[in-house]
Structure formats: structure tokens, C-alpha cells
Design a protein around this ligand. Sequence first.
Ligand SMILES: [Zn+2]
Length: 709
Amino acid sequence: MTLHVPKDDMALSNTPVLSEASEPNGMKAVRFKASPPLPSYLVALAVGRFDAVDAGHVGPTPVRVIVPRGKSREAADAVTAIPPLLKLLEDYFGIPYPYEKLDSVVMPISDFAMENAGLITYAESSLLADPARDTIVHRRELAGICAHEMAHQWVGDLVTTAWWNDTWLNEGFATWMERKIPGQWRPEWHLDVSVVKARIGAMQRDQLASARSIRQPIEGNDDIANAFDDITYEKGAAVIEMFERWIGPEKFREGVQLYLKQHAWGNATASDFEAAISSVAGKDIAPVFSSFLDQAGVPEVSAALKCTAKPALHLAQKRSLPIGSQAKPQTWEIPVCVAYEADGAVHHQCSVLAEAQADMELADAQTCPAWLLPNDREAGYYQVAYEGDLLKNALSDRGSHLTVAERVGVLGDVELSVGTGETRASVALGLVPVFSKDSAPQVVQAAANIAGLLKTESVPGDLREKGARFIRQEFGEQAMALGWLAKPGENEDTRLLRQKLVPFVASVGDQKELVQTAEKLALGWLKNRKTITPEMLGALLDTAAEFGDRDLFNLLRTAAIQEHDHALREELLDALGSFRKPELARKALDLLFSKDFDSRESFYPLLLGPLAYAETRDVPFDFVKQHLDPLLKLLPREVGEDYAAVLPQVGGGFCDAKRRDELDSFFRDRVKDYTGGPRALAQTLEGIDLCISARKTLGPELTAFLNKY
Ligand SMILES: [Zn+2]
């Protein structure tokens, strides 16, 4: 391949440059080496005014970060992260990096990354950071995104799926690696906890009757648009995590390596992957795998200890369904792995639950276990229903015999099971005081998530103040001690807890002092940008806006218009979408038509931000009804990026039948013209139905809890 480009530009492709020659009229011819076999979607060209930042070599591979001219200093984090992550990936796959060079290039107008062989493209906000505004979260996300795209160089590029229905294997696998590999590089980041949190998040979405299965036929544009969703990425990753736990990490890695060696420089299917894993595992994993790939939904495994004879665990499965769900029942073949303490030692054991119910004899227990965790390492893709004293014993001594990730997993399970009606809200809320002061900030946050039940639609309006008081009592002291501003010498865990807990207590706990401080700090920051640590800026501006008035709105709008930095403009637009006063939420939506903002930046925060509060949740739907035609003209409308398909989500905050029907009748025919729209509408309507049902059941429970409080 040869490119003819202006002589001052840098030209890049998948392979190294072979030669460059001057041409007339200020042009040059850049000739590239021939590439190994590549699918067409991975061919990439980049031409522009770039600087190349050298990141050294990994083995024989030269590694560079390519930035818009003059931005080299913003590449420091990328230069630090990319080489060691690449080395760890080579070790994992047991195959050297497959291409001759690795360039990571910033694409200024893009908001996603793409794994082109040897020339990975990234959004500027992901790959670069102004050193003065760098944050912990950004550094971790950068490592995750880079690990993801680099993992694709093997899974996706070296071996490419035969058809789009197996996109999940590329994306699920790369998503799995985006925590696993940075976790090896920086163990102090505790990314095993992030793995568990991501699984619980995926399960919440997968409980919907309208959720897709991981693997689905791709027959048209709607399928393509829907295929790149959280189910593909996060459920895919969670199912791979479960299989690694079940097969064992070493065997599983052997299977991955075998799959890559067998199909290098060619196409493969998920069946090829299953065959490779099965052959090293010495058992056929295909039926177990396909029960998770080819049907949507989350299994719920109930576990009960039976200690009358030889200790055993009685297991039963059903589909985990939110209260009021209309989804049909189904079963899975579930790899269930448990951990338990018996006779003074901790034991681990796995078996496959293929029937509706079965007994699992506890091989190493002579006496009844002191405690048992029905989801060892919290790696299984199933929700646990704890029978009898199982939950109490698992969490005895504040769960000190469990890892942090396991404590977070158990609390996440409890939170989910309130929504399915398995656990009473009062039991879940009763765990909050036990874990609200846990030594691990991630566990404190899991407890805060359970307390978040008190901000749902299910709490009657007149009891919200009592709910806020509960949150202040459990978390107020910690939040006040943390304050809005970082203190010298704090570790990253503490700083990350501040980011979640302080705005939670300020907003949901209605902590006046924290709100007033936020307002003061926000006004100060608008005058002097150095006053707030970058990681707290977003949360602080959002909180100030939530309680803020028209003056603050005008100041934020002016600041957003004048801001040239993409990341800061994003924070300011988020804040503009966070006002709780309905007239200000309406004013914010008008900014969608302002020439001052790119609609790709302003669309999500301004349209969906107001759904967070009861006061403003009608505003976006009313706005869309009034302005549909100009909106459709304004928004990007491409397959895979049709913003119109997001419009039905304006009903995401509704919890009553009247508004539901209005939404349905407004969008029912229209969504057929939005790529991916019909499923988006179905999911929003289902969410409203479930909210209505949850309120009926949980309302009285939460009322009883708060009245006693
Ligand atoms: Zn990917």
C-alpha cells in the first residue's frame, strides 16, 4: 500500500513504513510493508499532524504512542502502561505479539477505541491526560482500555471470528482481560473486586425479559446495533470468568493458547474455542457453555446445608426474575463452585448443576461446615439464595474469613435478591450497619449500594426524609471526615471511596453541610481552576448543580461554552444535566440545539441526566415530544451509532401506568425507523413495568422498616 500525503503530515498504517519519497506540489509518497492476512475491518490508515512518542521495545516490537502535534507530555500514562501490559499479554497467550510494530494513535473526533492490527486507535480522552488533571480513575481506565485493545491483537486479529454472531467471544474475552492483565500489573488496584462488581451489574441488566442472549444470529442492522451491548461485553466476560474458575486458571489458559495456535492467521467460531478448552480440560464443556451463551437470563441457585448424615449441600435452580417479571422460566447447566470451612480447614469444591435440583456431597467435611460460600471467589454467573443460616454464617464475624471481593459479591447478591423478592428489604438493610464501617472501602460502598434502596421509587415520598436520616447515620460521619477535598498522603482506596460516598451522603442523605460546601467549592473553581482535585470535580459540580439555582446554571453554561478541553467540557455538561429544578432541566435541554456544543457530547448528559430525580423525570419526554423532528435532524444516525435509538430511554424514570402507555404509543411505530430502536423501547417499557411491581411489593416493606427507624 502506498499513500500520497502532504509532506508535513505523518502517515501510518498497520505495518511499518518501507520507504518515503518526495513528490511534486508539497506531497510525499509513503510506502508500507505488506501485511500478514487481515480481515478488512482491521485495516487502518492515519494521516495527520502527529508527534510520535517512543515507548521503547517489548521483545523485538517497537512501541509508540502517536499524539496530535504538541501533546507529547499528555502521553505519559500511556507510555507507562502499554509496554508492561503488552508483555503480560504475551506471557498469558504464550505467543509473541503477532505484528511488526505497535502504534497507539489518538483519533480526535472518535469516542471509542478500535483494535486495528498494529495501529490501535483511541479516543483522545481515553489515551491522553493533561498531567495537571490526571486522575486515579483515568489511569485505571486507560490501563483497562489498552489491555482490552491489545488483547484483541490475539483474540480478534490473529484469530478472527468467522461471523458477527461470535463477536461476543472477541469482546467478552477482551473485556475479561481488561481487568485481569492490569490486575497482574498493579495488584494494589484490587481489580478482582471490579470483576465481581461488573458481574453483578451485568446480572441486573440480564434479568430483564427483553435482554438478548450473548450469542445471537445477526440477520440485519438492528442485530448489529444491538450486538455491541453490555451483554456481549460484560456478561461475556463474566461467563469466561466462571469457566476459568471451574476449569482452573492454568488449564483454561492452556485451552486459550491451543485455540490461538490452531487457528492463527485464520477464522474460527465459538465451537472451535469450546473444543480447545474441552480437549485440555478432559471434559466436554460445550453443553454447559451453550446454556449460558444461547439463552438470556440469570440463574438463581438456592443452597441449603444438610448435616443430618454426611454433610451435603442441597442445590436447586430457577430463573432469577425481578418482582413482577413476565419472563418464562428456564434452566441451565451451571458450574457451581463452593468454599467452606469444616474440621478446621477451608475447602473448595465444584460440580455441575444440570438438573432442577441436586445434592452436592461435601467431600472434605466430616462435620457440618462452620460457614459455606455457595459461589467461591464470587466467580460464578448465578445469584445465590441462601437458605437457613447460610447467609448469617457466611457473614459471621463480619465476613472476615471472606476476601474483599467475596464480601462485595455476597452483599451484591443480597441487593439483587431484594429485587427478586427472595430477601426481605429489612434483612438487607439490616446488613448496612454491619458493613458500613468495614475496613475495605469497596465493602463500605457495597453497603451504601444496599442503602440506596431507600432512594428508589418504592419509598413513599413522606418517608424519604427518614431514609435520608438512615443514610446520614450510617455513612455521615465517614463522609464528613473524608470531605470533598483530598488530603496529602491518602491512599488510592480512600480517594476512590470519597468519590462515591461523599456525593451519595450529600445527595441521597441530604447532608446540608456537604451540599453547601460543594456549592462554595464549585463557585470557587469556576474562578480558579486549581482549587479542586480533578477526581472530585465531576461529583462536586453535579452535587452543586443538583441543589443549585439559575445563577449557577448560567455560570456553568458560560464555562462550558468557553472550555476547549474535551474532558472538562464533559464534566460541565454533566453538571448542566444535573439540575433538580425542572425549569433549569428544561433550559439545559435547549442547549442541545445550541451551536456551542457538539450534540455527540451534549446528548447523553442533557437528555438522560434529569431522569435521576422525581422532580425532573418528566422533562426529557416532554422535550422529545415537542422537538422530535429537529432532534432527528441534529443527531448522528449511523448503524451502530444511531442516537435516535436512545430516545425511548427518556421514559427510564417512569414508574406509573399512565406515563408508560404515553411512552409506548408515542414511540411504538417510530422506533422502527431507529436502528436498534425496538429493543431499546421494549427494555424501557419493561423497566417501567418492573418499577411498578417493585413499588407494590417493596413499598410496604420499606415503609415498615423506616417507620420503626
Ligand atoms: Zn473490544
